[in-house]
Design a protein around this ligand. Structure first.
Ligand code: C2E
Ligand code: SIN
Ligand code: SIN
Ligand code: FE
Ligand code: FE
Length: 405
């Protein structure tokens, strides 16, 4: 290695150490995977990449980028596809997961015949993408457990021409992956903790709660992403906000903990008195984050409190004096941009999900009727810009619903 190479290499190492620190500021698993993939691709100029995580002895496709096919900044419905492969040596990712060793391939279409693994060309055939060079590294904990595999595809030179991954990228990316694995484990734990919290609250059938909460969180994150692009907000800010919005939105109904089961689980329509009590779940939720200090607490509070406000001012709980006051009463509804954007988005995500699901008190609505209601409530219940963003990414919304059933 010549002198130049050594200094670029140490510069890159320094960047990687800085990055490891930044990764620790992210909370949600999807935001963490997004960042890991983005930075690994930047280091190597790779056009595409995917992350697989080990679950029940299988490799689950969990996150993906492909600038050529999906663009750099827009919403990506492919991150919600549920596809998995066996953890064995027949595939490239399976081989890397099983051996625990990185694998550098210059051209996947000229692999020697005698290797245990094969390149699966069905993705290329389906999409017209041409996979050539590939670097696949295990995501390994300090204890040596394999939690997944990251694969980056088609390194490029300064002119955008596809080249082989330089030999030193194998150790650089492996080094980065070791730091990244800790962030991944933390991200999975955060999400599991939120799911466990909602489960303990026994808000509904435990089998349903997890999926429902993940759906509303994902819908909100993706609607926010589209809405923010429409507003010209820069992509770094979008990435950071999307991270917290997903988790905070998962907690929107946590205040239902304060509502008695006789109301919460009533298998029929609520009477006026019961419905009035039910409305306090917004205030109960906000109280749980009363001493909000972290960004996540602040946003969770904002969403819990305001997710039933309506754009035209007819929602609840409205403006009231002191929420910790026992005798708090509902006030005049907040209107338009008085309602925080996080809550305007979660309101739509929540209603879309509620209407498309069976509840103890209602049947599931057909899609056409749900979409019709959302359209007709634009400017009434919902912020019109949020409705527009929702319809722009309807494909992503449907992919989310299919993933978390
Ligand atoms: P949720 O089930 O998560 O519903 C969230 C929101 O979706 C509702 O807020 C409402 O805006 C919308 N939504 C749900 N089902 C329908 C429907 O059949 N038609 C229409 N047009 N909109 C619907 P909302 O009304 O403020 O209710 C808040 C929460 O109160 C609901 O959360 C649910 O837990 C409870 N709730 C509301 N109505 C009833 C009821 O008649 N019986 C029971 N047992 N619970 C109810
Ligand atoms: C994970 O397995 O990546 C965390 C939970 C989930 O998103 O399913
Ligand atoms: C639940 O009530 O089961 C969870 C939260 C929600 O309804 O959005
Ligand atoms: Fe609610
Ligand atoms: Fe809800």
């Amino acid at each position: 290695m010549n002198k130049d190479n050594v200094s670029t290499q140490s510069l890159k190492l320094e960047n990687i150490l800085d990055l490891a620190e930044e990764l620790n500021s992210l909370k949600d698993i999807d935001a963490i995977l997004d960042r890991i993939l983005l930075e690994s691709r930047l280091i190597t100029g790779a056009v595409a990449g995917s992350i697989f995580l080990v679950e029940n002895e299988r490799l689950k496709f969990r996150y993906t980028h492909n600038d050529e096919l999906y663009g750099k900044e827009g919403n990506n419905k492919y991150i919600y596809s549920s596809f998995e492969i066996p953890l064995n040596r027949n595939s490239v990712v399976g081989y890397v997961a099983d051996t625990g060793k990185p694998l550098l391939i210059d051209d996947v279409y000229s692999l020697p015949e005698n290797l245990p693994f094969h390149h699966n060309s069905s993705f290329d055939e389906k999409t017209g993408f041409h996979t050539k060079s590939m670097l696949t590294v295990p995501l390994k904990t300090l204890q040596g457990n394999i939690v997944g595999v990251m694969q980056i595809i088609n390194a490029t030179d300064a002119t955008g021409k596809v080249i082989s991954f330089p030999p030193e990228s194998e150790s650089l990316i492996s080094f980065f992956a070791r730091n990244a694995t800790m962030a991944i484990e933390r991200g999975i734990m955060t999400r599991e903790m939120i799911l466990r919290m909602m489960l303990m609250a026994e808000l509904r059938d435990p089998k349903e709660t997890g999926a429902h909460v993940q759906r509303v969180g994902a819908y909100s994150a993706e609607i926010y992403h589209r809405w923010a692009l429409n507003k010209g907000i820069n992509i770094q800010t979008i990435r950071r906000q999307k991270d917290v919005i997903r988790l905070a939105s998962m907690l929107h109904d946590v205040g239902k903990i304060g509502i008695s089961d006789s109301i919460l689980k009533k298998p029929a329509k609520l009477d006026d008195n019961e419905y009035n009590i039910m409305k306090f779940h917004t205030i109960f939720g906000a109280r749980l984050f009363h001493n909000a200090s972290s960004e996540l607490d602040i946003l969770s509070r904002e969403i819990a409190l305001n997710h039933h406000e309506k754009w035209n001012g007819t929602g609840y709980p409205g403006k009231f004096k002191e929420e910790s006051d026992e005798s708090v009463t509902l006030g005049e509804g907040k209107k338009g941009e008085e309602i925080p954007i996080s809550a305007r988005i979660t309101a739509l995500a929540d209603v879309f999900d509620a209407l498309g699901s069976v509840r103890s008190y209602k049947e599931k609505w057909p899609d056409s009727k749900v979409l019709e209601l959302i359209k007709s409530e634009s400017g009434k219940h919902f912020d019109p810009e949020v409705v527009d963003a929702f319809f722009q990414i309807l494909e992503v919304i449907i992919a989310i619903r299919d993933k978390y059933q």
